[in-house]
Write a protein of this length. Structure first.
Length: 228
């Protein structure tokens, strides 16, 4: 699960100090989705970066599946992200020359131990089927729609069986219908694979589908609601 405990993130800006995240505490149980909403510049992306182990907080603990990412070395943090964390970026950023299947395979084939590479193709095919892309395995990004590319992005994030899924504005480039389908897919994948999913979204219509909702304003996180 994800557990952020009294996390504060500051950085210098000329003669002043900017507080990007202000004493945030948050827990996302396995198999659930917590959505974070709030105005631009409120610290949402900074909070995600801490939860993903991309930035160390100034203070507080960022617990990922029982491990404090803030206390790890750079090498240990890299290993934690590879083994425990899946990240769905706002833009899919797929490699133009690779097929949908290869986009997923590369997650295990580059840099991982040889034992982890075995079965990569089978795992990739299963995930593409799970996100509704069976039959599109050999298509390259230019042959896929925006919604299909985002589905590949989600499947790729799940390739190494992460315990935590970090999702940053996955529907910003999609229309309402396709955006809703992507959110529904993220919820379904969370339930199927038991991930702790932290989702930032600007679209208020997606919030009722989450298990819990937090609002962030000026770095301060406040619980809004939980599913009944």
């Amino acid at each position: 699960m994800i557990s952020l405990e009294n996390v504060t993130l500051t950085y210098p800006d000329g003669e002043r100090t900017v507080v990007a995240v202000d004493n945030a505490t948050l827990a996302v149980p396995a198999g659930s989705v917590t959505a974070i909403t709030g105005p631009s510049g409120s610290g949402k992306s900074s909070l995600l970066a801490v939860a993903a182990g991309l930035i160390k907080p100034t203070s507080g603990r960022a617990m990922i599946d029982g491990v404090d990412a803030a206390a790890l070395s750079r090498e240990e943090t890299t290993r934690l992200r590879r083994e425990k964390i899946g990240i769905v970026f706002q833009s899919p950023s797929l490699v133009p020359s690779l097929t949908a299947l290869e986009q997923l395979e590369v997650m295990r084939r580059l840099g991982g131990p040889r034992r982890e590479r075995a079965g990569a193709r089978g795992r990739a095919a299963e995930l593409l089927d799970a996100v509704g892309l069976a039959g599109s395995e050999h298509k390259r990004p230019a042959q896929l729609s925006g919604g299909q590319r985002q589905r590949v992005n989600i499947a790729r994030a799940l390739m190494n069986e992460p315990r935590v899924l970090i999702v940053d504005e996955p529907t910003s480039a999609l229309d309402q219908r396709r955006g809703a389908a992507i959110i529904e897919l993220i919820l379904a994948m969370t339930a199927e694979f038991g991930t702790s999913t932290l989702l930032v979204t600007h679209d208020q219509s997606h919030l009722p589908m989450a298990d819990a909702v937090e609002r962030m304003v000026d770095g301060v996180l406040t619980r809004v609601e939980e599913a009944a």
